[in-house]
Design a protein around this ligand. Structure first.
Ligand code: GDP
Ligand code: GDP
Length: 471
């Protein structure tokens, strides 16, 4: 291993010019940037800094700029410098530009990276607002596994990047402890399209790290009361672990033998003084917490459910691709509970179709009633979020869906959808091969999303269906 035991891990950012290496470097290092050692030929042009992502700290090395060096020996220099950075790193972030697609230079870099495949994280940048998603699918061709989709410029996807780095750092820590008989690594099962015996729904392997849950919502929804109730004492006030950033507090917590990391955003709110500020903060807080959470609980005051801010936050959660649970708090004071719950369910379906089927759990943080059901819903949604559907089942389903409701014709030619597969989980993301992806109306994609939800029991989580050119 490149670093001494206990030193912060070294992470190198690698990739061709213009993919966004420096932008990512600046985002993760921020003002802590230090230009180091410019001894010619050694680390010249190489930027290093202390980086922080969530509660991970590491030394980040940016290889951007190497390509600008002395033109006469550009190739050799770039390669030598980059290879040195890769050799010295514990983990490499190999960045590609999802909007530009895979260029020949990317492919060259990929050849280099595949030799270091066990420490390489493939990162597809510039996918803000999901615009680069088509390019994202192309990245599978590089043979470097599932890409982490981010927008370095807009800070999207940082939670997924956190997850990927966390897994590598855990591996490093385990290697350092060098257990003589390490547990065998179980490969994820792959299913053949025509393997009729494969199960339709493949449940995720048991997780090895705490389930990261954020509780967000408008001021006074009852977040602090609920968190304190869940933790069973006032640990949040008395002993918070300074968490993921200065502004968010995380608490490690065990519920029914399952480890959780709970992110509370209320602590920050308490510092604000005027109500107007509070209103703004709760969305900003939520954004922050969402980046680190796997499942987000949107806590609402049952007396005023689905206010504009709740909807904004829910939309953010869906766009960031997180699992989502709604808590209807202060249920103790609600009258006509039965009919009111039904009304709320209808509101949810009407206002937030993109997360159809998300659980709506009545509870009272004050009395504790319903809090267990809330946590059960969180666990269930995490399962759904991690779920994988076999390729065989997807294609059987696709055939039937196409028959039932054929895609439209464009310029006299019927659009053809030929094959589909699940590209990734967390959230479930599917790639469908289509003769003219650009011409397929959004309504047809929504038809497929709704069908997938119902057929494969995928309620509530944001689902992605990527149309990919192919025949
Ligand atoms: P480097 O050469 O790999 O270090 O790339 P830079 O960080 O200098 O970025 C190259 C260009 O891509 C700049 O114009 C950035 O503003 C832009 N860029 C970086 N990240 C993103 C992103 O997430 N989305 C978009 N749309 N542009 C980005
Ligand atoms: P936060 O701003 O979201 O952290 O909300 P707090 O936890 O500070 O609660 C705001 C107010 O709502 C306080 O007066 C709480 O006592 C009250 N509250 C919280 N949960 C409940 C509940 O389940 N039922 C009732 N009736 N009141 C609650």
């Amino acid at each position: 291993m490149a670093t001494a035991l206990h030193a912060p891990p070294v992470v190198a950012i690698v990739g061709r010019p213009n993919v966004g290496k420096s932008t990512l470097f600046n985002r993760l290092v921020g003002k802590r940037l230090a230009l180091v050692d410019d001894t010619p030929g050694v680390t010249r042009d190489r930027r290093e800094g202390d980086a922080k992502l969530g509660d991970l700290t590491f030394t980040l090395v940016d290889t951007a700029g190497l390509e600008d060096a002395d033109a006469s020996s550009l190739e050799g220099r770039m390669r030598a410098q980059t290879e040195r950075a890769i050799d010295e790193a514990d983990v490499c972030l190999f960045i590609i530009d999802a909007r530009a697609g895979i260029t020949p230079t990317d492919a060259e870099f990929a050849n280099l990276m595949r030799r270091h495949g066990d420490k390489t994280v493939l990162v597809a940048n510039k996918v803000e607002g999901r615009k680069g998603m088509d390019g994202l699918y192309e990245t599978y061709e590089l043979g470097l596994g599932e890409p982490v989709a981010i927008s370095a410029e807009h800070g999207e996807g940082m939670a997924d990047l956190f997850q990927a780095l966390d897994e590598h750092f855990t591996r490093l820590a385990e290697d350092a402890a060098s257990a003589p008989q390490a547990a065998p690594v179980l490969a994820e099962p792959e299913w053949d399209a025509d393997d009729e015996d494969a199960p339709d729904i493949i449940e995720a392997a048991p997780r090895t790290h705490p389930l990261q849950v954020a509780i967000v919502g408008r001021p006074n929804a009852g977040k602090s009361t609920l968190v304190n109730r869940l933790l069973g004492d006032d640990r949040l006030l008395t002993g918070p672990e300074a968490g993921i950033t200065r502004d968010t507090i995380s608490v490690d917590w065990v519920f029914q033998d399952r480890p959780f990391k709970l992110f509370d955003t209320a602590g920050m709110r308490r510092k604000a003084k005027v109500q107007e500020k509070l209103e703004k903060l709760s969305v900003a807080d939520a954004l922050h917490a969402i980046q680190f959470a796997e499942c987000v609980v949107i806590l609402m005051d049952a007396e005023h459910p689905f206010e504009k801010q709740d909807l904004q936050i829910a939309d953010l959660v869906a766009r960031e691709g997180r699992a989502l649970v709604f808590g209807l708090n202060k249920w103790d004071v609600v009258k006509n509970k039965g009919s009111f719950l039904k009304e709320c369910e209808e509101e949810l379906a009407r206002l937030l179709p993109q997360v159809r089927g998300a659980p709506l759990v009545p509870l009272s943080g004050l009395t504790g009633k319903g809090t267990e059901a809330l946590m059960q819903a969180v666990l269930k949604m995490d399962d759904v979020w991690n779920r994988r559907i076999s390729t065989a089942a997807l294609n059987r389903w696709l055939t039937a869906a196409l028959q039932q409701h054929p895609p439209p014709a464009v310029a006299g030619r019927r659009l053809k959808l030929r094959y589909m597969t699940q590209a990734k989980a967390r959230p479930p993301t599917f790639a469908v091969f289509c003769s003219r992806p650009d011409a397929l109306p959004g309504s047809y994609t929504r038809y497929l999303v709704n069908g997938l939800r119902d057929t494969f029991d995928l309620p509530g989580v944001p689902l992605r269906v990527l149309m990919r050119k192919g025949s």
